[in-house]
Design a protein around this ligand. Structure first.
Ligand SMILES: *[C@@H]1O[C@H](CO)[C@@H](O)[C@H](O)[C@H]1NC(C)=O
Ligand SMILES: *[C@@H]1O[C@H](CO)[C@@H](O)[C@H](O)[C@H]1NC(C)=O
Ligand SMILES: *[C@@H]1O[C@H](CO)[C@@H](O)[C@H](O)[C@H]1NC(C)=O
Ligand SMILES: *[C@@H]1O[C@H](CO)[C@@H](O)[C@H](O)[C@H]1NC(C)=O
Ligand SMILES: *[C@@H]1O[C@H](CO)[C@@H](O)[C@H](O)[C@H]1NC(C)=O
Ligand SMILES: *[C@@H]1O[C@H](CO)[C@@H](O)[C@H](O)[C@H]1NC(C)=O
Ligand SMILES: *[C@@H]1O[C@H](CO)[C@@H](O)[C@H](O)[C@H]1NC(C)=O
Ligand SMILES: *[C@@H]1O[C@H](CO)[C@@H](O)[C@H](O)[C@H]1NC(C)=O
Ligand SMILES: *[C@@H]1O[C@H](CO)[C@@H](O)[C@H](O)[C@H]1NC(C)=O
Ligand SMILES: *[C@@H]1O[C@H](CO)[C@@H](O)[C@H](O)[C@H]1NC(C)=O
Length: 251
């Protein structure tokens, strides 16, 4: 009984600390290992990046996303496994939407808290595609791992049972991916500044963007993938996160 009380207090603390929204829909992985590379792009995972084909292990600015989507089994949605890497002193985010100019976007935010020594944290928001306004949502996300090193934010997470049934006539794994960045003032994320709009893609097909991309990009991606896997070996001096603290508190 006493243990139950302690857990309740811990849960309340987490809820209060987040201020903006509950965090019960988020769960963090034990190990903070994050290793985002181009290995498998176009074969086992769908990758989008800006600048086009940039290497997430390199030391130049690169906003990179990879997604692995399971085939949905009705009535459930698809399960997504996501890797995101970008440069920002605030946040980097992946948006999923049916149409970037109407309706809403599900926004998955990986951020650093500049008022707390760049501590990693994770949020889900809904973006109104008409007026760009962000509001908190509670999309379930699991296995969250994050790593912040100066202005580079890396994170990995899973989205189980992604619900794509809202006004969807097409394939349930078809989405437009938006990648972008924004500021973070310690409490709320600033406007989502979109730097990549993938257009409509089937997330379950790792090559779905390669087939529709002009030939020069395909060659570029291929050559970069080769150099990417060898470049991936270099070790990082890393700053591990307080994610552990959170997972201990919620465990
Ligand atoms: C976390 O770690 C503990 C012990 O190290 C393990 O029993 C548990 O399954 C792990 N949980 C997850 C979600 O990996
Ligand atoms: C990162 O992953 C790549 C391929 O998936 C692997 O070759 C490399 O050894 C990994 N690096 C670390 C530091 O785990
Ligand atoms: C970073 O990139 C610059 C050139 O862009 C290069 O000279 C330097 O060696 C690179 N550093 C590392 C650690 O890869
Ligand atoms: C749908 O998801 C629920 C809850 O996660 C699970 O219990 C059920 O087995 C899933 N159904 C199918 C057909 O995968
Ligand atoms: C997206 O929404 C805009 C504005 O409502 C509409 O004009 C356009 O046809 C839509 N695009 C698709 C692919 O549905
Ligand atoms: C950011 O850090 C400040 C200072 O530690 C803290 O008050 C605030 O709650 C943190 N914000 C988030 C979203 O974790
Ligand atoms: C931030 O880091 C500095 C140096 O590591 C430390 O002195 C300070 O207490 C830290 N501040 C917070 C809010 O953790
Ligand atoms: C989005 O914003 C527009 C304009 O402010 C508003 O009319 C619309 O109801 C909003 N949509 C949602 C889903 O909040
Ligand atoms: C998916 O979303 C629709 C509309 O928002 C809702 O009616 C439906 O119950 C949801 N399905 C699941 C499995 O959550
Ligand atoms: C949005 O991002 C672009 C680069 O991707 C940058 O030039 C621009 O200043 C940013 N806008 C805002 C409002 O942050």
């Amino acid at each position: 009984m006493e243990r139950g009380f302690v857990l309740l207090v811990a849960a309340l603390t987490v809820y209060v600390a987040s201020g903006v929204q509950g965090t019960g829909h988020l769960s963090f992985a034990n190990d903070t290992q994050v290793n985002i590379t181009q290995a498998g792009c176009g074969v086992t995972k769908l990758c989008v990046a800006t600048p086009d084909g940039c290497d997430p292990t390199g030391n130049t600015s690169c906003l990179f996303l990879s997604v692995i989507a399971s085939t949905p089994v009705a009535p459930n949605g698809t399960d997504l496994s996501v890797e995101l890497r970008g440069d920002s002193m605030g946040y980097v985010a992946m948006g999923l939407t049916a149409n970037a100019s109407e309706g809403t976007t599900m926004l998955f935010i990986c951020a650093q808290n500049s008022t707390d020594n760049g501590t990693f944290f994770f949020q889900t928001m809904q973006r109104n595609n008409t007026d760009d306004a962000l509001s908190p949502t509670e999309t379930r996300v699991t296995e969250i791992r994050g790593l912040v090193k100066n202005n580079v934010i890396q994170c990995e997470f899973n989205i189980p049972d992604l619900n794509a049934t809202n006004t969807r006539s097409s394939h349930a794994t078809t989405f437009t991916i938006l990648l972008g960045t924004g500021s973070f003032d310690g409490n709320t994320p600033g406007p989502f500044n979109i730097s990549l709009n993938s257009g409509s893609l089937n997330l379950a097909d790792p090559a779905s963007n390669i087939a529709t991309t002009p030939a020069p990009n395909v060659t570029m991606t291929t050559s970069n993938t080769t150099s990417g896997s060898s470049a991936a070996v270099h070790p990082h001096a890393v700053l591990l996160l307080s994610v552990l603290t959170l997972s201990v508190m919620t465990a």
